[in-house]
Design a protein around this ligand. Structure first.
Ligand SMILES: [Zn+2]
Length: 152
C-alpha cells in the first residue's frame, strides 16, 4: 500500500494536465514505516520531485527522467533526506494501466503511479509494483490522506 496526501495527488493530476498531450513524469519521495502486518511496510509519499520529460520526440507515449536528476536524488537519499519510493507519469488518452514499455523499464521494489488523462482532464490514478518474477505488475492500493492531516 502507498499513502499520499490528497494535495500531492492533486499536484500529480495538475502536472499531467499541464503537460497534455505529452506524458509528465516525476519522482515520489517519502518514508517507510512498519504496517500492522510486519511483512507489509507502509510507503508514504511526503513530497514530489516533478521533472521535465527528457524523452524528446515521441513524448506523447514515452517518458524519461534525466540521469543527472536521478543521480542527484540518489545522493540525497543516501544522505538520509528521504526514501525514493517510486515514480509517477501520465497516460494521455490511455488508461491508467502499465504498458509493455512500462514493464520493460521498471525496476523491482519501486512504486509506479500512473494517471490517465483522457482529453486533457486527469481521471484515474493507480499504482503498480513489479511482481517477484519481474514479468508482470501487481496493483498497489493508493490511500489518499486528507489535506492537513499530518506533518508536511
Ligand atoms: Zn506508461
Amino acid at each position: 500500500m502507498i499513502q499520499i496526501d490528497a494535495a500531492l495527488a492533486d499536484a500529480i493530476r495538475q502536472h499531467a494536465e499541464r503537460e497534455y498531450p505529452h506524458e509528465c513524469c516525476g519522482v515520489l519521495l517519502g518514508q517507510l514505516s512498519d504496517g500492522p502486518n510486519p511483512l507489509e511496510e507502509i510507503r508514504k509519499v511526503t513530497a514530489l520531485h516533478s521533472v521535465p520529460n527528457s524523452w524528446g520526440e515521441g513524448s506523447e507515449t514515452r517518458y524519461l527522467i534525466a540521469p543527472d536528476t536521478m543521480f542527484e536524488l540518489l545522493t540525497r537519499e543516501r544522505l538520509g533526506e528521504f526514501v525514493i519510493l517510486g515514480f509517477y507519469h501520465s497516460h494521455p488518452d490511455h488508461p491508467a494501466l502499465p504498458s509493455v514499455t512500462d514493464r520493460d523499464w521498471a525496476a523491482p521494489w519501486y512504486t509506479y503511479m500512473i494517471v490517465s488523462v483522457p482529453g486533457g482532464r486527469s481521471a484515474k490514478l493507480s499504482a503498480w509494483q513489479l511482481d517477484e518474477d519481474g514479468q508482470s505488475f501487481i496493483n498497489e492500493t493508493v490511500e489518499l490522506l486528507p489535506a492537513g492531516g499530518s506533518e508536511p
